[in-house]
Design a protein around this ligand. Structure first.
Ligand SMILES: Cc1cc2nc3c(=O)[nH]c(=O)nc-3n(C[C@H](O)[C@H](O)[C@H](O)COP(=O)(O)OP(=O)(O)OC[C@H]3O[C@@H](n4cnc5c(N)ncnc54)[C@H](O)[C@@H]3O)c2cc1C
Length: 431
């Protein structure tokens, strides 16, 4: 078969790998001039490694991703450095990346709250019954089982941070379960950064015979009556395919294939998501004097961002010509002012807060900054979300859709992009 894949993120590239191995003729159409999608990176002259546009790492439990890397023969380039994650509490930051450190976290005291926190965490780690959990919101379930104090201190900041005031009370408990059930404290990356992996993956695809067209946005997909093949509208004119896999956001996919039946289209448009903004700074000096990597900050603490991530406390600044790389990130709704502000305006807003991480911080430390934003950064799973997920096989025969919004109950991640891409490939081949 002649197969067109729209999008060269990990979903599209993983599907292409399996489809090509099975002997199909595969073309990937990618709008950007690089591969890797949301997990792509950028590199300055003088840097050995790229920096991810949106901070990224793998978990030791990411079996689909680590399995694929192994299959590609690239496992020797996967690294699992041991960074420190901390959480803000009453003006100070405390380590919170292991069970022992969670037990020592002072916010919970030494009484019943610590026991409830521990028992609920253990239950969520062990249970596999997420279908029962998706009937409840995180807000009602956690308040009931952890109690008000533990919820307010440990879990509410996480849901508010990720889903904002608009959605945080509506997110279902299976989302929280997935994070606690599937994630590890060990964090992995690739030698050279995620972009180095994406580029090597693309090289392997090309060597296997996959055509990857960059700077090739597809604007419309139509199924031709009669022949059964598809016509793709691209910048170079019409192209044809026997089957098509779309790996974009549900909103963009809906616009691209207006001939989809009403029910399916409405299902795509009903899905909710949050956007993400990340301002990355190159600093002359290390920001965190303690060498912390990831600072979790509750919105209620009044910081203008949700996370400060000092990348070079995870991988060496030597990879970036000795520069110290710090991400300042937040999850926001598409209407948020952070989508309108320029990079300079955001830096002005964010910079004063950096003194709370290092009182000596000064704007003169900033060598350079970069701003990346996406309106599709985090799907929002509401109660009973499993009933709202669009099928990978769309009602148009031969047209498939696989996106971040469908990896539920898992939270979005490159590991699950690989899983869903490969699942789509199996369905396309009739398996
Ligand atoms: C802030 C943030 C932090 C994250 N952190 C992590 C993390 O730590 N670990 C992790 O594993 N995952 C993380 N993720 C999630 C991860 O990036 C995604 O789950 C994954 O990259 C999704 O892959 P995909 O192939 O489904 O989609 P995408 O990567 O979005 O790929 C879709 C591709 O389609 C292309 N495209 C769009 N429109 C068109 C068009 N019209 N024609 C052709 N091509 C088009 C896009 O350019 C893109 O390359 C994070 C995401 C964000 C936003």
């Amino acid at each position: 078969m002649k197969i067109a894949i729209i999008g060269a993120g990990y979903g599209g590239m993983s599907a292409a790998w399996d489809l090509r191995k099975a002997g199909h003729e595969v073309t990937i159409y990618e709008a950007a001039d690089y591969v890797g999608g949301l997990a792509s990176g950028f590199k300055e002259p003088g840097w050995k490694w790229s920096v991810e546009k949106f901070y990224h790492h793998w978990f030791a439990s990411d079996s689909h991703m680590l399995g694929l890397i192994d299959e590609l023969g690239l496992s020797d380039q996967v690294l699992f450095p041991r960074p420190f994650t901390v959480m803000y509490h009453e003006g100070k930051f405390y380590p919170l990346d292991s069970i022992v450190k969670a037990i020592l976290f002072p916010g919970l005291g030494w009484g019943i709250n610590k026991i409830r926190f521990g028992l609920v965490g253990l239950y969520l780690r062990l249970t596999t019954n997420w279908r029962e959990l998706e009937k409840y919101t995180v807000d009602e379930w956690m308040r009931k089982w952890c109690g008000e104090t533990v919820y307010k201190l440990m879990w509410e900041p996480l849901v508010i941070g990720k889903f904002g005031e608009k959605y945080y009370k509506q997110v279902n408990m299976a989302w929280m379960w997935a994070r606690l059930h599937a994630r590890t404290t060990r964090l992995g990356t690739f030698q050279g950064g995620f972009q180095a992996f994406a580029d090597q993956f693309a090289e392997k695809l090309a060597a296997a015979g996959v055509t990857i067209k960059l700077s090739a946005p597809v604007t419309q997909i139509e199924r031709n009556t009669g022949s059964g093949a598809f016509s793709l509208t691209t910048a170079d004119g019409l192209e044809s395919a026997d089957q098509v896999l779309v790996t974009l956001s549900p909103g963009v996919a809906a616009k691209m294939v207006p001939s989809l039946p009403k029910d399916y289209l409405e299902g795509l448009l009903r899905l909710k998501s949050m956007g993400a903004v990340v301002l990355t700074l190159s600093l002359k000096q290390q920001l965190s004097r303690e060498g912390y990597y990831w600072y979790n900050i509750p919105k209620s603490a009044g910081f203008p961002f949700l996370a400060v991530v000092e990348h070079t406390n995870y991988v060496s600044p030597e990879n970036f010509g000795g520069e110290h790389i710090v991400y300042l990130g937040d999850y926001i709704e598409p209407e948020h002012e952070y989508f309108q502000l320029s990079k300079e305006e955001l830096l002005e807003k964010f910079a004063p807060s950096l003194k709370k991480f290092n009182p000596n911080f000064d704007l003169s430390w900033v060598n350079k900054s970069w701003l990346y934003r996406t309106t599709y950064g985090q799907p929002v799973p509401l109660v009973n979300h499993s009933q709202n997920i669009p099928a990978i096989e769309t009602p148009i025969e031969g047209l498939y859709f696989a996106s971040m919004s469908q990896v539920y109950p898992w939270d979005r991640g490159t590991n699950f992009a690989v899983e869903i891409g490969r699942k789509a490939a199996r369905l396309m081949m009739g398996n």
